[in-house]
Design a protein around this ligand. Structure first.
Ligand SMILES: [Zn+2]
Length: 476
């Protein structure tokens, strides 16, 4: 099979797009975001304090959906069988421009908005990926565009997708499968980061698997020959994975945790379970690894004399980058200019870097160049949207450079003005770029044409199993 990405490399040259959109409309959109600053900060701070994890974001989703509704959006709640997923729509007809919002937290990362590690509530979740800012900034952009549509300055439909459970389930994959993006012309998303740039790298595709075994229990000393250990199968499986490492491409990542392998040594364990993720920069690369892991899992069962094997339970595509769209985002980032910080914020940033063991160089609100971006690890369910709808993706600094992500420094910065500044910048960038897409049909057509060329012959296959998503728990 030929990889779609290789076709792309051979066939698509994306010219930078110079938008002909009316700059006064962009200024109006940016002003509309600024006018809601207090509300957006309040929304972000409330979601930060709720700190709800995947598919449990009921208060966070309700807060954002209620706000959109009060501002005149039509809101459809509980879409794609997820109570915390919603779609908020304003306007009519084409184009339909969408912006994605996230609001789920991560388990165990509770932290005060202080520059040293200080737990807010022991064992509670925290916004270690900045999704409290993600959800509010995207909504701010949608609201700004709504103002322009209401004033007759733009025509068409703006839609905000409240997408839950990015961290653990991939809510967007279920929303794509449900067909909720079918009529969307272009989608936009951003992500909190320690840098600011229009993204030209799509992260990694991911497949999420479980390997589970059922053996036969026995007294571990009296009659072990009657037992067949499910823990043995886990050991054989993980050994197989680690043998495989030498024979996969350097871009492949495989990581696992053993979730169950028995309780006490004097009982032969009859159940075991390993949670495994495989990643690569392209989905095809992951799929071939998954098929090999499936055989390793079956081989381990055979050797241990137990039943069981590998089951895929989810996954994300890598983000399909749209270079024309990235050039629009980059121009708007540059037009807005770098984020400026106060001495107090600089001190906060340096303290975070010092506590995290990173060189305390302070905050960096500058904009990275569009070219020369290195490939980076990490996956997102935005990837699945991007293979179905042209998707523009931007990262905006909400934390000091170099601090560990999915960790307490990100929670701390995301709950105070450093995070708020990044959120406002993201919201304005998205709003200005949405004006480009509404106001300049040729910019929209160029984005769309690049997408069509890159997805020629591509067939989308969501990694999620049939049925509604499972609510994750750390020890199933
Ligand atoms: Zn995230």
């Amino acid at each position: 099979m030929i990889l779609p990405a290789l076709i792309v490399a051979a066939g698509v040259t994306a010219a930078p797009v110079v938008s002909k959109a009316d700059v006064r409309k962009k200024e109006a959109a940016v002003a509309a975001v600024e006018a809601r600053r207090a509300d957006l900060v309040s929304l972000a701070d409330q979601v930060w304090a709720f700190a709800e994890t995947a598919l449990k974001e009921s208060r966070s989703a309700a807060l954002l959906a209620d706000y959109a509704e009060r501002q005149g959006f039509r809101v459809e709640r509980g879409v794609a069988s997820m109570p915390t997923a919603f779609v908020a729509t304003y306007g009519e007809g084409r184009p339909v421009i969408a912006v994605l919002g996230e609001y789920d937290a991560l388990p165990g990362l509770s932290q005060k908005a202080l520059p040293q590690q200080d737990v807010l509530e022991a064992g509670a979740p925290g916004h270690g990926c900045g999704h409290n800012l993600f959800g509010a900034a995207s909504l701010g952009a949608a609201l700004a565009v709504k103002d322009l549509i209401a004033a007759g300055k733009l025509a068409g439909t703006v839609r905000y997708y409240g997408t839950p459970a990015e961290e653990a389930v991939g809510g967007k994959v279920y929303m794509v499968r449900e067909g909720l993006f079918r009529d969307v012309d272009v989608a936009l998303a951003w992500h909190p980061s320690d840098r600011t740039r229009a993204d030209m790298q799509g992260g990694q595709a991911l497949v999420d698997m479980v390997v589970e075994y059922r053996g036969r229990t026995a007294h571990a000393a009296a009659d072990p020959w009657n037992g067949r250990s499910a823990a043995d199968a886990v050991e054989l499986f993980t050994h197989g994975v680690n043998m495989m490492r030498e024979h996969v491409k350097p871009t492949v990542r495989m990581h696992y945790v053993v979730q169950d392998a028995g309780d006490v040594p004097n009982v032969v364990p009859d159940h075991s379970r390993v949670w495994v993720w495989a990643r690569d920069f392209e989905r095809q690369g992951v799929d071939s690894v998954v098929e090999r892991l499936r055989k390793v899992a079956e081989g381990a069962a055979l050797m241990a004399g137990v039943e069981g094997g590998l089951r895929v339970q989810g996954g994300d595509y890598e983000i399909l980058i749209n270079e024309a769209g990235a050039s629009l985002l980059h121009r708007n980032l540059t037009w807005l200019g770098p984020i400026r910080y106060t001495p107090g914020e600089e001190a906060f940033g340096k303290a975070l870097q010092s506590s995290a063991g990173v060189e305390p160089r302070g905050l960096d609100g500058s904009i990275d160049p569009l070219e020369g971006q290195e490939k980076e690890g990490g996956s997102t369910d935005v990837g699945d949207v991007s293979w179905n709808v042209p998707t523009l993706h931007v990262s905006v600094a909400t934390a000091p450079r170099g601090v560990p992500w999915h960790a307490w420094p990100v929670v701390a910065a995301g709950g105070m003005s450093i995070g708020h500044k990044g959120m406002m910048q993201a919201s304005k960038t998205l709003a200005a770029t949405m004006v480009d897409l509404f106001d300049d049909p040729s910019a929209r057509a160029t984005v769309r044409a690049e997408f069509e060329a890159r997805t020629k012959g591509f067939v989308y296959k969501p990694a999620v199993p049939d049925g509604p998503p499972r609510v994750p728990s750390p020890k199933p």
